[in-house]
Write a protein that binds this ligand. Structure first.
Ligand code: DOR
Ligand code: ZN
Length: 382
């Protein structure tokens, strides 16, 4: 039996923050308490001055595999995620070929499994080829995934979106919606949700008006979830190309207000690696998974949002949406953990990214917070 004690750190999850040791036995959190007894058979990791939290879960990453291996591969993308403190990620479907069939999805899942690093869920497209003309075979694909998204593109057809919503209810899956133009399509899709029911998640919301519409829907009792990205909380008035574009300071302030008021369900990175050539040719996106923690840690602490709030949005809620028994520092849960230094001064340096995508508008930005270790089922992956 393998036993590890993380000794002398601060432990934080969505519920609480305190000083405590953590005992991991055979990949499971077995005790969280002060001054845990260290037997001969225990490996001790001294984490004094550091913080132990549940590892992060990201509902929205682009791994580019298959088809765009010059931008990222399954392996580099997953290693980048682990470097950022993530053990669970959902890969988007805008690969080549598009992940609209069982072959592509099963292949990605099998290769990810063989790498045996982070847990990868592969989203399926909503429409065949993400062309918006014909819905995918939800029933068949549901056996391989519970996430469906035409991310990168808006689903223009109301009929297909409504069909997807009804299927999401019947087959119990989540539609991850890339609304473009954002506010207009958020409003339309909330209306379609009211008429059809279903499980709807709004991706990368960037504007006050869109968030307001989602808050109103939640206040009315509609069941919707919403994510915001680190880059839309840190960047504004900046024309670095990303979809949706970086917004204004007023939008950012509103998003932070929405987070404080409990309307935002999770932080997702929309990690979107591109080559320098593709960026120069106008490709939208930011390579962000390795700086998500320092960005959110910095923005949240500057705005008086506690580490518990960060843990709720980066671990607890997205893990629940993935259906994983993780996301809290709770005895009996899988030991999927990160050890971070909340107070480390860091400067963003994309040349050091593990990701093949070095595309970020934040190079040289000073932030606070560093991921020191990433642990999956008790195993140190970083
Ligand atoms: O900026 C973006 N890049 N937004 C998206 O929705 C898609 C992504 C990509 O695939 O590059
Ligand atoms: Zn998108």
């Amino acid at each position: 039996m393998s036993k590890t004690i993380l000794k002398g750190g601060k432990v934080v999850d969505a519920n609480a923050s305190r000083e405590a040791d953590v005992l991991i036995m055979d990949g499971i959190i077995s005790e969280v308490d002060n001054n845990l007894y260290v037997g001969d058979d225990v490996e001790v990791v001294n984490v004094a001055g550091l913080t132990v939290m549940p590892s992060f879960a990201d509902l929205h990453v682009h791994l580019r595999d298959p088809g765009f291996l010059h931008k990222e591969t399954l392996e580099t993308g997953i290693r980048a995620a682990v470097n950022g403190g993530y053990t669970h990620i959902v890969a988007m479907a805008n690969t080549k070929p598009i992940a609209d069939n069982t072959e592509v999805i099963a292949d990605v899942l099998a290769r990810a499994q063989r790498l045996s690093l982070a847990e990868v869920y592969q989203a399926a497209a909503v429409s065949i080829g993400e062309k918006g003309e014909k819905a995918v075979d939800f029933r068949t694909l549901r056996s391989l995934t519970k996430f469906f998204s035409d991310d990168g593109k808006n689903v223009d057809s109301e009929e297909i979106f409504a069909e997807a919503l009804r299927a999401s209810k019947e087959l119990d899956f989540l539609i991850m919606d890339h609304s473009e133009p954002e506010t207009e399509m958020v409003l339309r899709n909330i209306e379609l949700l009211e008429k059809n029911g279903g499980n709807l998640h709004f991706c990368h919301i960037s504007k006050a008006d869109s968030m307001m519409a989602i808050m109103n829907a939640k206040d009315k009792g509609l069941r919707v979830t919403v994510e915001v990205t680190p880059h839309h909380l840190l960047g504004y008035d900046n024309d670095y190309r990303v979809n949706p574009p970086l917004a204004t300071k007023a939008d950012v302030d509103f998003l932070i207000r929405a987070i404080k008021d409990g309307y935002v369900d999770c932080i997702s990175t929309d990690h979107a690696p591109h080559t320098a050539e593709d960026k120069a040719a106008g490709a939208p996106g930011i390579s962000g998974i390795e700086v998500a923690f320092p960005i959110i840690n910095t923005v949240f602490s500057e705005n008086g949002i506690k580490p518990e709030g960060l843990s709720r949005l980066m671990s607890k809620n997205p893990m629940i949406m993935m259906g994983v028994n993780s996301g809290l520092l709770q005895v009996g849960y899988e030991a999927n953990l990160v050890i971070v230094d909340e107070n480390a001064d860091v400067v963003v340096d994309a040349s050091k990214f593990v990701s093949m995508g070095k595309n970020t508008p934040f190079n040289g930005t000073k932030l606070k917070g560093k991921v020191i270790h990433t642990i999956k089922k008790g195993e140190f992956l970083k």
